[in-house]
Design a protein around this ligand. Structure first.
Ligand code: DGL
Length: 259
């Protein structure tokens, strides 16, 4: 029975749609419910306590709506709240973290860059992960100040985003990075702008494929893969739906909720 229940995803806004798209590409027969908590975006500037409270509310809502597995489609919520969520909810929960490990293993210059939100970079989970995998590799961290706010308010506005990206990326290039790890799901939508700034030799890493693999693995592990052909994808938001509409590839309806 639980097999045909939906997978629940949440983010502070449109960023997690990059994860949603990846999941739908790989396992299209799974139904989904996506919450964009855009009234409270950006999460990256909130306190850990606030991020935990919002993450609990989003997860509770998805559980109440009958989800069989939760994807925390937000690095900031994962790195600050996933341990609490896993203790509180008796349901498989998949999170997303910056792909530091593959960057560390692949780097030839021994310098990698990580672009993420303030609260991801300062989280204990990120500190633990980066320490565990540092292996003599220098990690050059940069907070993507304002990027999420601009995307949530204006979509991909190149005029506003380009100068900021240049400001954040150029110091990392001076440090000879050969990998740039995207530590925020919103930044997936900046890849084509970043490619114009980065030299050919710098590889961009994001974690959406790894998260999807983990979701597929857990669905099989718990024997809860969908066996239904009728699929429903529901989109919910807590704030304005205008920008989100532009990021959806289909003409799905978006309903407003309070969490
Ligand atoms: N997409 C969220 C993340 O991956 C954005 C965080 C924010 O709202 O600042 O971290």
């Amino acid at each position: 029975m639980a097999n045909n229940f939906p997978i629940g995803l949440f983010d502070s806004g449109i960023g997690g749609l990059s994860i949603y798209n990846e999941i739908k590409n790989s396992i299209p027969n799974e139904s989904t419910i996506y919450i964009a908590d855009n009234m409270n975006a950006p999460y990256g500037k909130k306190t850990e306590t606030e991020i935990i409270q919002l993450s609990i509310k989003n997860t509770q809502k998805l559980v109440d709506l009958g989800c069989k597995l939760i994807v925390v489609a937000c690095n900031t919520a994962t790195t600050n709240a996933i341990e609490v969520l896993r203790k509180k909810f008796n349901i498989p929960i998949v999170g997303i973290e910056p792909a530091i490990k593959p960057a560390m293993l692949e780097t030839k210059s021994n310098n990698i860059g990580v672009l993420a939100t303030e609260k991801t970079l300062s989280s204990n989970l990120f500190l633990k992960t980066s320490d565990r995998f540092s292996m003599g590799v220098n990690i050059h961290e940069q907070i993507g100040f304002d990027l999420v706010r601009i995307i949530e308010e204006n979509g991909i506005n190149e005029e506003l985003l380009n100068p900021k990206l240049k400001e954040y990326i150029e110091p990392m290039l001076e440090k000879n990075i050969d990998h740039l790890v995207l530590g925020c799901t919103h930044y997936y939508y900046l890849i084509y702008l970043l490619k114009k700034i980065l030299p050919n030799g710098v590889k961009i890493l994001d974690s959406s494929k790894a998260v999807t693999k983990r979701v597929e693995h857990l669905l099989k592990h718990y024997n809860i893969c969908s066996n239904e052909s009728k699929v429903r994808n529901v989109f919910l938001c807590t704030g304005n739906d205008q920008v989100i509409k532009k990021f959806l590839t289909t003409s799905n309806k978006i309903s407003k909720i309070t969490i």
